[in-house]
Design a protein around this ligand. Structure first.
Ligand SMILES: *Cc1c(COP(=O)(O)O)cnc(C)c1O
Length: 359
Protein backbone atom coordinates (compact mmCIF):
# COMPACT_ATOMS: atom_id res chain seq x y z
CA UNK A 1 0.00 0.00 0.00
CA UNK A 2 1.33 3.44 -0.78
CA UNK A 3 0.24 6.99 -0.10
CA UNK A 4 -2.77 7.92 -2.24
CA UNK A 5 -3.77 11.55 -1.77
CA UNK A 6 -6.95 11.30 -3.83
CA UNK A 7 -8.04 8.34 -1.70
CA UNK A 8 -7.37 10.33 1.46
CA UNK A 9 -9.28 13.41 0.34
CA UNK A 10 -12.97 13.82 1.15
CA UNK A 11 -14.84 13.16 -2.12
CA UNK A 12 -16.86 16.38 -2.05
CA UNK A 13 -13.64 18.42 -1.72
CA UNK A 14 -12.18 16.65 -4.75
CA UNK A 15 -15.32 17.63 -6.67
CA UNK A 16 -15.57 21.17 -5.28
CA UNK A 17 -15.47 24.14 -7.61
CA UNK A 18 -13.63 26.83 -5.63
CA UNK A 19 -14.75 30.48 -5.36
CA UNK A 20 -13.28 32.49 -8.15
CA UNK A 21 -12.38 35.95 -6.89
CA UNK A 22 -12.27 39.08 -9.01
CA UNK A 23 -8.50 38.99 -8.64
CA UNK A 24 -8.38 35.42 -9.97
CA UNK A 25 -10.03 36.37 -13.22
CA UNK A 26 -7.76 39.34 -13.93
CA UNK A 27 -4.44 39.45 -12.14
CA UNK A 28 -2.67 42.44 -13.74
CA UNK A 29 -1.70 45.42 -11.59
CA UNK A 30 -2.52 48.14 -14.10
CA UNK A 31 -6.02 49.18 -15.08
CA UNK A 32 -9.28 50.68 -13.94
CA UNK A 33 -10.60 48.25 -11.36
CA UNK A 34 -14.38 48.21 -11.31
CA UNK A 35 -14.66 44.50 -10.56
CA UNK A 36 -14.59 44.08 -6.77
CA UNK A 37 -16.90 46.76 -5.36
CA UNK A 38 -14.00 48.44 -3.58
CA UNK A 39 -13.86 52.10 -2.56
CA UNK A 40 -12.18 54.05 -5.41
CA UNK A 41 -11.39 57.06 -3.18
CA UNK A 42 -8.94 55.32 -0.87
CA UNK A 43 -9.34 54.14 2.70
CA UNK A 44 -10.67 55.82 5.81
CA UNK A 45 -7.15 55.76 7.32
CA UNK A 46 -5.57 57.42 4.31
CA UNK A 47 -3.38 54.34 3.80
CA UNK A 48 -3.78 52.16 0.73
CA UNK A 49 -6.10 49.58 2.23
CA UNK A 50 -8.97 49.97 -0.21
CA UNK A 51 -8.02 47.14 -2.58
CA UNK A 52 -8.41 43.45 -1.80
CA UNK A 53 -5.05 41.76 -1.16
CA UNK A 54 -3.40 39.09 -3.32
CA UNK A 55 -5.33 35.90 -2.51
CA UNK A 56 -2.24 33.77 -3.23
CA UNK A 57 0.28 35.98 -1.42
CA UNK A 58 2.68 35.48 -4.34
CA UNK A 59 5.30 38.06 -3.38
CA UNK A 60 5.36 36.97 0.24
CA UNK A 61 5.59 33.29 -0.68
CA UNK A 62 8.48 33.98 -3.05
CA UNK A 63 10.41 35.58 -0.18
CA UNK A 64 9.61 32.68 2.12
CA UNK A 65 10.55 30.22 -0.61
CA UNK A 66 14.01 31.80 -0.78
CA UNK A 67 14.46 31.78 2.99
CA UNK A 68 13.19 28.23 3.48
CA UNK A 69 14.74 26.91 0.28
CA UNK A 70 11.52 25.34 -0.92
CA UNK A 71 9.42 26.06 -4.01
CA UNK A 72 6.65 28.62 -3.43
CA UNK A 73 4.10 26.10 -4.76
CA UNK A 74 4.86 24.03 -1.69
CA UNK A 75 3.92 26.79 0.75
CA UNK A 76 0.47 27.44 2.21
CA UNK A 77 -0.09 30.54 4.32
CA UNK A 78 -2.81 30.67 6.92
CA UNK A 79 -4.26 33.13 9.38
CA UNK A 80 -2.05 31.52 12.01
CA UNK A 81 -1.16 27.83 12.06
CA UNK A 82 -4.61 27.32 13.51
CA UNK A 83 -6.18 27.99 10.12
CA UNK A 84 -4.00 25.33 8.47
CA UNK A 85 -4.97 22.82 11.17
CA UNK A 86 -8.67 23.53 10.64
CA UNK A 87 -8.40 23.27 6.85
CA UNK A 88 -6.64 19.90 7.14
CA UNK A 89 -9.62 18.54 9.10
CA UNK A 90 -12.06 19.94 6.59
CA UNK A 91 -10.16 18.57 3.59
CA UNK A 92 -9.43 15.07 4.85
CA UNK A 93 -11.68 14.06 7.74
CA UNK A 94 -15.32 13.11 7.29
CA UNK A 95 -17.12 14.23 10.48
CA UNK A 96 -18.04 11.37 12.78
CA UNK A 97 -16.29 8.84 10.55
CA UNK A 98 -12.58 9.53 10.09
CA UNK A 99 -10.21 9.96 13.01
CA UNK A 100 -6.84 11.52 13.82
CA UNK A 101 -4.09 10.57 16.27
CA UNK A 102 -2.51 12.97 18.74
CA UNK A 103 0.10 12.38 21.43
CA UNK A 104 -0.72 14.05 24.71
CA UNK A 105 0.54 16.16 26.28
CA UNK A 106 0.62 18.31 23.17
CA UNK A 107 -0.65 21.52 21.60
CA UNK A 108 -4.32 21.93 22.49
CA UNK A 109 -5.55 23.14 19.11
CA UNK A 110 -5.36 19.74 17.41
CA UNK A 111 -8.04 18.36 19.70
CA UNK A 112 -10.11 21.56 19.74
CA UNK A 113 -10.08 21.76 15.96
CA UNK A 114 -11.00 18.05 15.77
CA UNK A 115 -13.90 18.75 18.12
CA UNK A 116 -15.13 21.69 16.06
CA UNK A 117 -15.07 19.44 13.00
CA UNK A 118 -16.68 16.51 14.85
CA UNK A 119 -13.68 14.29 14.17
CA UNK A 120 -12.84 11.58 16.74
CA UNK A 121 -9.39 11.81 18.31
CA UNK A 122 -7.31 8.77 19.21
CA UNK A 123 -4.74 9.50 21.89
CA UNK A 124 -1.39 7.76 22.21
CA UNK A 125 0.35 9.45 25.14
CA UNK A 126 4.01 10.34 24.95
CA UNK A 127 6.27 8.40 27.32
CA UNK A 128 6.85 9.95 30.78
CA UNK A 129 9.99 11.62 29.39
CA UNK A 130 7.83 13.01 26.56
CA UNK A 131 9.12 10.89 23.70
CA UNK A 132 6.87 9.38 21.10
CA UNK A 133 6.50 5.63 20.84
CA UNK A 134 6.23 4.99 17.10
CA UNK A 135 5.13 1.37 17.44
CA UNK A 136 2.22 2.34 19.71
CA UNK A 137 1.28 5.19 17.40
CA UNK A 138 1.23 2.92 14.35
CA UNK A 139 -0.70 0.28 16.30
CA UNK A 140 -3.41 2.88 17.02
CA UNK A 141 -3.98 3.55 13.32
CA UNK A 142 -7.32 2.30 11.98
CA UNK A 143 -8.68 2.21 8.43
CA UNK A 144 -10.33 5.55 9.23
CA UNK A 145 -7.18 7.32 10.50
CA UNK A 146 -6.39 10.26 8.23
CA UNK A 147 -3.90 12.45 10.10
CA UNK A 148 -1.24 11.99 12.80
CA UNK A 149 -0.20 15.19 14.56
CA UNK A 150 3.37 15.35 15.86
CA UNK A 151 4.69 18.45 17.63
CA UNK A 152 8.48 18.83 17.82
CA UNK A 153 9.81 20.62 19.81
CA UNK A 154 6.73 19.68 21.77
CA UNK A 155 4.41 22.10 23.52
CA UNK A 156 4.05 22.00 26.57
CA UNK A 157 7.04 19.77 27.40
CA UNK A 158 9.61 21.71 25.37
CA UNK A 159 11.71 18.74 24.22
CA UNK A 160 12.32 17.68 20.66
CA UNK A 161 11.07 14.27 19.64
CA UNK A 162 13.63 11.79 18.34
CA UNK A 163 13.99 12.18 14.59
CA UNK A 164 14.16 8.44 14.08
CA UNK A 165 10.78 7.97 15.83
CA UNK A 166 9.15 10.58 13.58
CA UNK A 167 10.68 8.90 10.52
CA UNK A 168 9.26 5.54 11.64
CA UNK A 169 5.78 7.07 11.78
CA UNK A 170 6.27 8.71 8.37
CA UNK A 171 7.34 5.40 6.84
CA UNK A 172 4.68 3.29 8.52
CA UNK A 173 1.55 5.40 7.99
CA UNK A 174 -0.19 5.93 4.67
CA UNK A 175 -2.16 8.98 5.77
CA UNK A 176 -0.95 12.51 6.42
CA UNK A 177 1.74 13.15 9.06
CA UNK A 178 1.79 16.72 10.34
CA UNK A 179 5.04 17.80 12.00
CA UNK A 180 4.38 21.05 13.88
CA UNK A 181 7.65 22.99 14.12
CA UNK A 182 6.37 26.14 15.81
CA UNK A 183 9.53 26.22 17.98
CA UNK A 184 12.08 24.99 15.42
CA UNK A 185 13.92 28.34 15.38
CA UNK A 186 14.99 27.75 19.00
CA UNK A 187 16.21 24.23 18.32
CA UNK A 188 19.43 22.83 16.85
CA UNK A 189 17.32 20.22 15.07
CA UNK A 190 17.12 20.47 11.25
CA UNK A 191 13.62 21.12 9.91
CA UNK A 192 11.59 18.32 8.38
CA UNK A 193 11.07 20.66 5.39
CA UNK A 194 14.17 18.98 3.97
CA UNK A 195 12.38 15.61 4.07
CA UNK A 196 9.43 16.72 1.92
CA UNK A 197 10.84 15.21 -1.27
CA UNK A 198 11.20 11.88 0.44
CA UNK A 199 7.74 11.77 2.06
CA UNK A 200 4.66 12.72 -0.01
CA UNK A 201 2.56 12.22 3.16
CA UNK A 202 4.45 14.87 5.18
CA UNK A 203 3.18 18.34 6.04
CA UNK A 204 5.42 20.64 8.09
CA UNK A 205 3.94 23.58 9.98
CA UNK A 206 5.85 26.63 11.11
CA UNK A 207 4.75 30.03 12.32
CA UNK A 208 5.91 33.64 12.55
CA UNK A 209 4.28 33.90 15.99
CA UNK A 210 7.24 32.80 18.10
CA UNK A 211 10.87 33.49 17.10
CA UNK A 212 9.92 36.14 14.52
CA UNK A 213 7.88 38.00 17.13
CA UNK A 214 4.89 38.52 14.82
CA UNK A 215 2.11 36.81 16.78
CA UNK A 216 -0.25 39.76 16.30
CA UNK A 217 -0.03 39.58 12.50
CA UNK A 218 -1.26 35.95 12.42
CA UNK A 219 0.85 34.15 9.86
CA UNK A 220 1.18 30.40 9.88
CA UNK A 221 3.00 28.39 7.23
CA UNK A 222 2.47 24.88 5.96
CA UNK A 223 4.98 23.13 3.71
CA UNK A 224 4.03 20.00 1.78
CA UNK A 225 3.77 18.53 -1.72
CA UNK A 226 2.30 20.75 -4.45
CA UNK A 227 -0.77 18.52 -4.47
CA UNK A 228 -1.49 18.90 -0.74
CA UNK A 229 -0.85 22.65 -0.88
CA UNK A 230 -3.19 22.96 -3.87
CA UNK A 231 -5.96 21.33 -1.82
CA UNK A 232 -5.50 23.77 1.08
CA UNK A 233 -5.47 26.69 -1.35
CA UNK A 234 -8.65 25.42 -2.96
CA UNK A 235 -10.65 25.47 0.27
CA UNK A 236 -9.18 28.45 2.13
CA UNK A 237 -11.12 31.70 2.43
CA UNK A 238 -9.94 33.69 -0.61
CA UNK A 239 -8.39 36.63 1.25
CA UNK A 240 -7.20 34.84 4.38
CA UNK A 241 -3.98 36.87 4.79
CA UNK A 242 -4.66 40.58 5.13
CA UNK A 243 -2.89 43.10 2.93
CA UNK A 244 -1.40 44.73 6.03
CA UNK A 245 0.07 41.41 7.15
CA UNK A 246 1.43 40.62 3.69
CA UNK A 247 3.10 44.01 3.29
CA UNK A 248 4.52 44.05 6.81
CA UNK A 249 5.89 40.52 6.61
CA UNK A 250 7.44 41.09 3.16
CA UNK A 251 9.44 43.91 4.73
CA UNK A 252 10.21 41.98 7.94
CA UNK A 253 11.55 38.93 6.14
CA UNK A 254 14.50 40.95 4.88
CA UNK A 255 15.64 41.50 8.44
CA UNK A 256 17.03 38.07 9.29
CA UNK A 257 19.89 39.73 11.23
CA UNK A 258 17.39 40.99 13.76
CA UNK A 259 15.80 37.54 13.92
CA UNK A 260 19.16 35.94 14.67
CA UNK A 261 19.90 38.59 17.30
CA UNK A 262 16.59 38.01 19.05
CA UNK A 263 16.98 34.24 19.04
CA UNK A 264 20.50 34.65 20.42
CA UNK A 265 19.25 36.92 23.21
CA UNK A 266 16.38 34.57 24.07
CA UNK A 267 18.85 31.66 24.28
CA UNK A 268 21.01 33.67 26.70
CA UNK A 269 17.99 34.52 28.85
CA UNK A 270 16.77 30.95 28.63
CA UNK A 271 20.03 29.55 29.99
CA UNK A 272 20.00 32.14 32.77
CA UNK A 273 16.40 31.27 33.64
CA UNK A 274 17.22 27.56 33.69
CA UNK A 275 20.14 28.12 36.10
CA UNK A 276 17.98 30.26 38.38
CA UNK A 277 15.10 27.76 38.32
CA UNK A 278 17.44 24.92 39.22
CA UNK A 279 18.85 26.95 42.10
CA UNK A 280 15.40 27.74 43.45
CA UNK A 281 14.57 25.72 46.56
CA UNK A 282 11.35 23.78 46.05
CA UNK A 283 11.59 23.47 42.25
CA UNK A 284 11.39 19.73 41.70
CA UNK A 285 12.19 19.51 38.03
CA UNK A 286 13.08 21.68 35.06
CA UNK A 287 12.45 19.66 31.92
CA UNK A 288 14.95 19.91 29.04
CA UNK A 289 13.77 22.46 26.48
CA UNK A 290 14.46 23.03 22.79
CA UNK A 291 11.87 25.81 22.76
CA UNK A 292 11.47 29.27 24.33
CA UNK A 293 9.77 27.97 27.47
CA UNK A 294 10.31 25.53 30.29
CA UNK A 295 8.01 22.98 31.80
CA UNK A 296 8.71 23.15 35.53
CA UNK A 297 7.49 20.94 38.33
CA UNK A 298 6.77 22.61 41.67
CA UNK A 299 4.81 21.50 44.73
CA UNK A 300 1.14 22.55 44.58
CA UNK A 301 1.47 24.06 41.12
CA UNK A 302 -2.11 25.36 41.05
CA UNK A 303 -1.57 27.33 44.22
CA UNK A 304 1.77 28.66 42.95
CA UNK A 305 0.10 29.67 39.70
CA UNK A 306 -2.62 31.58 41.60
CA UNK A 307 -0.10 33.31 43.84
CA UNK A 308 1.97 34.36 40.82
CA UNK A 309 -1.18 35.92 39.35
CA UNK A 310 -1.70 38.01 42.51
CA UNK A 311 1.81 39.35 41.79
CA UNK A 312 0.74 40.05 38.20
CA UNK A 313 2.99 37.33 36.80
CA UNK A 314 1.15 35.07 34.43
CA UNK A 315 2.46 31.62 33.55
CA UNK A 316 0.59 28.65 32.10
CA UNK A 317 -0.83 26.09 34.50
CA UNK A 318 -0.37 22.71 32.81
CA UNK A 319 -0.94 20.64 35.96
CA UNK A 320 -4.14 19.17 34.51
CA UNK A 321 -2.60 17.69 31.38
CA UNK A 322 -1.15 14.24 30.77
CA UNK A 323 2.18 13.48 32.54
CA UNK A 324 2.30 17.13 33.69
CA UNK A 325 1.01 16.87 37.26
CA UNK A 326 2.13 19.94 39.26
CA UNK A 327 3.74 21.48 36.19
CA UNK A 328 3.79 25.08 35.06
CA UNK A 329 4.89 26.21 31.60
CA UNK A 330 7.04 29.30 31.77
CA UNK A 331 7.88 31.35 28.70
CA UNK A 332 11.37 32.86 28.62
CA UNK A 333 10.85 36.59 29.15
CA UNK A 334 13.33 39.42 28.94
CA UNK A 335 16.01 39.75 31.62
CA UNK A 336 14.00 42.00 33.94
CA UNK A 337 10.89 39.87 33.59
CA UNK A 338 12.75 36.66 34.34
CA UNK A 339 14.42 38.19 37.39
CA UNK A 340 11.09 39.39 38.76
CA UNK A 341 9.54 36.02 38.08
CA UNK A 342 12.33 34.15 39.87
CA UNK A 343 12.12 36.49 42.88
CA UNK A 344 8.36 35.95 43.08
CA UNK A 345 8.68 32.21 42.69
CA UNK A 346 11.33 32.01 45.40
CA UNK A 347 9.12 34.02 47.76
CA UNK A 348 6.12 31.82 47.08
CA UNK A 349 8.00 28.55 47.44
CA UNK A 350 9.66 29.74 50.66
CA UNK A 351 6.38 30.33 52.48
CA UNK A 352 4.45 27.56 54.21
CA UNK A 353 1.26 28.50 52.32
CA UNK A 354 2.92 27.66 49.06
CA UNK A 355 4.23 24.44 50.42
CA UNK A 356 0.61 23.47 50.64
CA UNK A 357 -0.12 23.54 54.38
CA UNK A 358 -3.38 25.37 53.66
CA UNK A 359 -4.72 22.46 51.62
C1 LIG B 1 2.26 28.75 19.27
C2 LIG B 1 2.05 27.50 18.52
C3 LIG B 1 1.60 27.52 17.20
C4 LIG B 1 1.37 28.83 16.51
O1 LIG B 1 0.10 29.11 16.24
P1 LIG B 1 -0.25 30.40 15.38
O2 LIG B 1 -1.69 30.17 15.11
O3 LIG B 1 0.60 30.34 14.12
O4 LIG B 1 0.07 31.59 16.20
C5 LIG B 1 1.47 26.33 16.51
N1 LIG B 1 1.77 25.16 17.10
C6 LIG B 1 2.22 25.10 18.35
C7 LIG B 1 2.61 23.81 18.93
C8 LIG B 1 2.37 26.26 19.11
O5 LIG B 1 2.80 26.18 20.38
Amino acid sequence: MSFDLQQLLRPHIAALKPYSSARDEYSGNEGIFLDANENPLGSITGQAYNRYPDPYQSQLKQKLADIKNVSSERIFLGNGSDEAIDLLFRAFCRPGIDNVIIMPPTYGMYEVSAGINDVPVRKVPLTPDFQLNPEEVLAAVTAATKIIFICSPNNPSGNKLLRESILTVLRGFQGLVVVDEAYIDFSDEPSFIHALDEFPNLLVMQTLSKAWGLAALRLGMAFASREIIAILNKIKPPYNISGLTQATVIKALGNTDKLEQMIEEIQVQKEQLRLQLEKTAGVEKVYPSHANFFLVKVPHAKSVYQQLITKKIIVRDRSGVYHCGDCLRITVGNQAENEQFIRALQEILATPIASGLEN
